[in-house]
Design a protein around this ligand. Sequence first.
Ligand code: TRP
Length: 441
Amino acid sequence: MIFASAGSAVGLGNIWRFPYETGQHGGAAFILIYLICVLVLGMPIMISEFLIGRRSRANTAGAYKVLAPRSPWRWVGFMGVLAGFLILSYYSVVAGWTLEYILEAGVNGFAGKSAEDFKGAFIAFSQSPARPLVWLVAFLFMTHYVIVKGVKKGIERFSKVMMPMLFMLILVLVFCSLSLPNADKGLEFLLYPDFSKVNSDVFLGAMGQAFFSLSLGMGCLCTYASYFSKDTDLSKTAFSVGIIDTFVAILAGLIIFPAAFSVGISPDAGPSLIFITLPNVFQQAFSGASVLSYVFSLMFYVLLALAALTSTISMHEVVTAFIHEEFHVSRIAAARCVTGGCIVLGILCSLSLGVLQQAQLFHLTFFDFFDFVTAKIMLPLGGMFIALFTGWYLDRKLVKEEVSNGGTLKVLFFRLYIFILRYIAPVAIAVIFINELGLLG
Ligand code: TRP
């Protein structure tokens, strides 16, 4: 159970999105606020998603119908499904990029290149009209295959081996990155908070990243929890997933920033950050040992693509299960709708980085717009409703029964948990939203 949920949580959110969000929001202070969001908002809301899923044994929207029949709560489920669909569309674009990098690493294409070369190559690749689309479609087909062939169990078993490997490789890369010249500047960026840079964007960014990285706010973990057994300790599982996820994100930061500062890549480079920084680590850290750099870079991108796959599967599953159960179409037809829809939206997102750069919504490219609307609006809003639903709507006895597995587990912080769900989480999320809109001056 822990591995399935952790497989969903650990993905591009940790290794790609966390470093660039940190870079764009000034470093250490952002990380501090992020950690607070994970602990105070993430953990209680994750436990709530788990208990909603396990209690109802249904897909996200169905769960609200079971627990709150004929009430508007099911709209929280609908919003989650939509968020999952939108995230999957642009997430697959980036997941497709990892395939290009597997190929590049496989043909030893990083050898002998400079930081400028990597930057130029990435820009040329991501802006070209055709190549990223091929990878995008390939990645969505892979996800589709896993969903319809029912090899999900296999993938999950597989992720038990793969995740520790990825973890180990990340540790090696941390050491490599820290050994680069001028790495200490990157470390300083990560460790010394500069609170003068903190504004409402930083809070919204950190909160959104916490939800995104933990797969929260759209019923993803809720769907997984509907398969949990009666004896799964929900709070322990939530803390384990939270710790694994956070650890991977921080380690990714420890790879990216020392390397970025070392080779002179600006930390606020945005979504391209890891794709232009990491190849440098492989190139420079193993100076002289080109076999090592070849093996490690290839392994890394393969594992990254697999980590992304366990995440895309979890999103695809939410939308497919919803269409299958609510519209009474077969699972295959439901999965085809999801894959087809994501291909169309994904193509839009991908092209918006190149030829469609001028076609903007609210001054954002499609790619950035999708990211903003989902991670910074829909997920926190979904989280807020999940907190309100568990804290106020559900019967307290029922909640206690689920969290304590019918009284067999001792629950230490139950009152605090309910207090956070009732007051702290909804108020904190609302204040961050209102602040961002500029209504608090
Ligand atoms: N958490 C995953 C990552 O870090 C992405 C993801 C999977 C996700 N399922 C989700 C994000 C549901 C938001 C909601 O890569």
